[in-house]
Design a protein around this ligand. Structure first.
Ligand SMILES: NC(=O)c1ccc[n+]([C@@H]2O[C@H](COP(=O)([O-])OP(=O)(O)OC[C@H]3O[C@@H](n4cnc5c(N)ncnc54)[C@H](OP(=O)(O)O)[C@@H]3O)[C@@H](O)[C@H]2O)c1
Length: 256
């Protein structure tokens, strides 16, 4: 059984992943890691998410010796400044849920993937991946007078804007249709309430027509379950850099 260590277990996504792991019988919680000084460090996991898990929350990645794989859901600054070297030392596969890395950060993460399997995505939803595939098909066919714009909605605690997913969508659109210029595909970021994540792509042409594509997530479990499925797959992979395309291209991805 795959033993997963969740780094950033006290956060919104991290705690949701911990809960999902505890609700499944095909994976095990190897470790739950909080920031040093977080009020839950040293306490039982049950105090964080309810239930009966008595595993103690630790405050250092290097204490997660009994885990097969890490899922990081912290923030890009912490990841690069604190965690990067520790992942390199620990030599375990790494799933990066964290977003908002700079291009320099991503270059360093690619270096890390020479030593361990690394999976990175701005969105663990498999339906979102299918949504992007549909958009790639549709955007190839748009007329030259069509404006393509993106609107993304997230909760008011989200630190980065635009979202990692909106950036992924824009990259896919621009790559699929060379007539599109990245600077013309604007992203509008809305932050409010508890919205888990919504992305709209609008094709508006000069013949008074608007086509809107929309993907909406109404619970964090979508991301949590996706991250767990990906972890089970990543532990079997060679060193290298992987994303949702690699996962969905294999049999396990298409079953999920
Ligand atoms: N890929 C996806 O599908 C997906 C989906 C949702 C979110 N995300 C991304 O995942 C990240 C987390 O999102 P979130 O909404 O869960 O944010 P969040 O609620 O702010 O959680 C971040 C957590 O990381 C903890 N943390 C910070 N430094 C740490 C360290 N050195 N060691 C261990 N834990 C540390 C924080 O603890 P303290 O509170 O003690 O500082 C906090 O609990 C963001 O980058 C977000 O964009 C990705």
């Amino acid at each position: 059984m795959v033993k997963i260590a969740v780094v950033g277990c006290t956060g919104k996504l991290g705690s949701s992943i911990v809960k999902s792991i505890l609700n499944r019988n095909d994976v095990e919680l190897g470790s739950a890691i909080a920031r040093k000084g977080n009020q839950f460090a040293g306490k039982a996991v049950s105090e964080l998410v309810g239930g009966k898990c008595e595993l103690k929350i630790v405050d250092d990645i290097e204490k997660a010796t009994d885990s097969d794989i890490f899922i990081d859901c912290t923030n890009a600054d912490t990841f690069m400044a604190v965690s990067y070297e520790k992942y390199s030392t620990m030599k375990r596969p790494l799933v990066i849920a964290t977003t908002a890395f700079t291009s320099e950060d991503i270059a360093k993460i690619k270096e890390l993937s020479l030593q361990i399997p690394v999976f990175m995505t701005g969105n663990f939803s498999i339906a979102l991946h299918d949504f992007i595939e549909t958009l790639k098909f549709a955007v190839k066919r748009v007329s030259v007078d069509t404006d393509v714009q993106i609107v993304e909605y997230h909760h008011n605690q989200k630190k980065d804007a635009p979202s990692g997913t909106a950036l992924m969508i824009r990259e896919a659109l621009v790559n699929a249709n060379p007539r599109l210029q990245e600077e013309n595909v604007n992203i509008c970021s809305i932050r409010g309430g508890n919205i888990f994540g919504e992305h709209e792509v609008i094709f508006a042409n000069c013949k008074d027509e608007v086509v809107t594509f929309r993907h909406q997530v109404s619970s964090r479990e979508t991301f949590a379950d996706g991250a767990i499925e990906v972890s089970c797959w990543l532990v079997k992979q060679e060193n290298g850099m992987y994303n949702m395309y690699d996962f969905c291209a294999n049999e396990e991805g298409s079953i999920c």
